[in-house]
Design a protein around this ligand. Structure first.
Ligand SMILES: [Fe+2]
Length: 189
């Protein structure tokens, strides 16, 4: 049987895998641009369009299924806002299948007194077919303008571990007009 687009994506990414590099990002970005254009006649794409899963794993590295690189899908409702956050030590590539999402990129400006300020650098409106790369340390937010938005997300490692175990992932909230770090949520046992 012919391979589907998901299998081809995994094959190409795995064949190029290595430490973070310009070349690796270029490969995964190119493959993501192809993946998001998969027609709904392919079962996996038809399923995520019909089911609108809040999040669903599409692939995990079989050699490290708990912590390793992975591809998942999010479905976001119109108006959903995810405040600024980084992705710990991971890099991330988002790919838009359906809907419209504003992704802002932010920078954390450290003040001499130890305080910091988050400053929005730019805003990109992502439409179907478009992808966006975030490297380790990059901070971004997302606001869904047209939902349901179907967004593929490839991460270099599992972000749940980054957030709950290594505590490298930082989220921010606005308090009285000032962005502050949100304290890590209790670890679920
Ligand atoms: Fe993110």
């Amino acid at each position: 049987m012919a391979k589907d687009s998901l299998e081809r994506f995994v094959e190409k990414v795995e064949a190029s895998w290595g430490p973070l590099s310009t070349e690796l990002i270029a490969v995964v970005r190119d493959e993501m641009e192809k993946l998001v254009k998969t027609p709904t006649s392919e079962k996996w794409m038809g399923d995520i369009i019909n089911d609108e899963p809040e999040d669903r794993d599409l692939w995990r590295n079989p050699k490290d299924p708990k912590y390793g690189r992975m591809l998942l899908v999010h479905t976001e409702a119109t108006g959903r806002y995810r405040p600024p956050h980084d992705h710990g030590a991971s890099w991330v590539i988002y790919g838009m299948v359906r809907g419209e999402v504003d992704m802002g990129t932010w920078i954390r400006v450290q003040e001499p007194d130890g305080k910091f300020n988050l400053v929005k650098r730019e805003l990109n409106r992502l439409r179907p077919g478009q992808v966006k790369v975030f490297l380790p340390g990059d901070i971004h937010d997302t606001r869904t303008l047209v939902g349901p938005a179907t967004i593929l997300r490839f991460t270099e490692r599992d972000l749940i571990r980054e957030e709950r175990e290594t505590r490298r992932l930082t989220r921010y909230i606005q308090q009285d007009g000032v962005w502050v770090e949100r304290k890590p949520q209790p670890v679920a046992h």
